[in-house]
Design a protein around this ligand. Structure first.
Ligand SMILES: Cc1cc2nc3c(=O)[nH]c(=O)nc-3n(C[C@H](O)[C@H](O)[C@H](O)COP(=O)(O)OP(=O)(O)OC[C@H]3O[C@@H](n4cnc5c(N)ncnc54)[C@H](O)[C@@H]3O)c2cc1C
Length: 341
């Protein structure tokens, strides 16, 4: 059976910002074999531009895409073994992230509940080592399988191979654009310990009168907190946090905390300090601001939103304005998180 190949595919419903753009070619793959076949097809292999598309929740589409999009919509969920400390569960790249977190809980395999309600696919989660509420994917990751675009070969990446960092992995660096992730193997702890250090989680549990939190308690608090704080992309287009939290060295932190008594910073193990980008943006007066069809969310200064009819260029212009203002006011360089297409 030939692979389903679309032309002139509308990308607007396929990105959570709701930005317009059409892809010249679009291939949907529902198996590892079909990904291996697709990357060898001239329409993909020789395309002027190539994009691997998951749930489209971390993208800024800047217009028509004169190339080939490959959407790895591979299903699958299976327990595949164990280590001394963890149960190993293999999940297809096309499974929804939140649905996977919920299913693991249902199957008495807790460990990812702090990452509930993050949009997108399982296959994209390792790309930027997704994180929220005190947990990053790296803590629950065992390995992944990916198809090399150049050769079509299937390769396994160990935890070390992925070189995870803060919103970072090898797939944003040396391996960027070279692989299609087809499955992720999670390592879920046999001895589960609640992660309740993050203020919003602790507060949410306290408000519910929970003392010994279960995985389900944490899942529900995280879901409720996210619903209260973040705009739903189905209602107001967005890509979640638009900027990473900048990490500065000790001397920059000394200067900033001397100049701004209330500045928010989290000391890191290596002596650097992670700043709250939302605080910096808020202090520059951007929260709730609008520039035509785009704006900064009125409850979360890190989130840029599409009020309706925005184009990718307008999103990038507002991002540049924010970055320039923060740089001038604090001498700190912000870095966007979403991928610009
Ligand atoms: C409301 C909202 C809240 C969010 N909250 C968080 C949060 O708390 N923490 C967080 O870390 N992120 C958050 N995000 C960002 C986003 O959900 C994650 O980055 C998510 O992992 C993106 O998944 P996706 O499938 O939508 O990827 P896409 O947006 O489709 O793609 C993102 C990047 O990954 C690549 N990619 C996708 N799938 C594959 C694959 N199978 N193989 C190879 N490359 C691939 C794409 O080419 C692209 O470069 C949020 C987004 C929104 C809209």
């Amino acid at each position: 059976m030939p692979l389903p190949l679309d032309t002139d595919r509308d990308l607007q419903p396929l990105n959570s910002f709701g930005l317009p753009g059409r892809a010249a070619q679009f291939i949907r793959c529902d198996s590892v074999d079909s990904v291996q076949e697709a990357v060898r097809l001239p329409v993909f292999a020789q395309a002027a531009r190539r994009l691997v598309l998951g749930g489209g929740s971390n993208l800024v589409i800047t217009g028509d895409f004169a190339g080939c999009v490959l959407a790895p919509q591979i299903a699958g969920f299976a327990r595949v073994g164990e280590t001394a400390d963890a149960w190993l569960v293999d999940v297809g790249a096309g499974e929804g992230w939140h649905a996977t977190v919920a299913r693991l809980l249902d199957e008495q395999l807790p460990g990812l509940e702090n990452l509930a309600l993050i949009p997108g696919s399982v296959g994209a989660a390792p790309i930027q080592n997704i994180g929220a509420y005190g947990l990053e994917l790296t803590s629950r990751f065992h390995s992944l399988q990916a198809v090399e675009i150049e050769t079509g070969a299937l390769r396994r990446f160990s935890h070390a191979d992925c070189a995870f960092g803060y919103r970072d992995s090898v797939f944003k660096r040396a391996a960027a654009g070279r692989f299609v992730i087809v499955s992720v193997t999670f390592a879920l702890p046999k001895r589960w310990v609640p992660m309740v250090g993050y203020a919003d989680v602790a507060r949410g549990l306290a408000q519910r009168g929970v003392v010994d939190a279960t995985p389900r308690d944490i899942f529900e608090v995280v879901v409720a907190t996210r619903r209260a704080k973040l705009p739903d992309p189905a209602v107001l287009g967005n890509a979640g946090s638009f900027f990473k939290n900048p990490v500065v060295d000790a001397s920059t932190w000394a200067r900033l905390s001397g100049e701004h008594a209330e500045i928010v910073g989290y000391p890191q193990a290596d002596g650097s300090v992670k700043l709250a980008a939302a605080w910096l943006i808020d202090r520059c007066g951007f929260k709730g601001q609008r520039r035509g069809a785009v704006g900064v969310h009125d409850r979360q200064a890190l989130v840029l939103v599409n009020h309706g009819g925005a184009r990718g260029g307008e999103v990038l212009a507002l991002a540049q304005e924010i970055m320039g203002t923060v740089q001038r006011r604090f001498g700190v360089q912000l870095e966007p998180e979403p991928v610009v297409v």
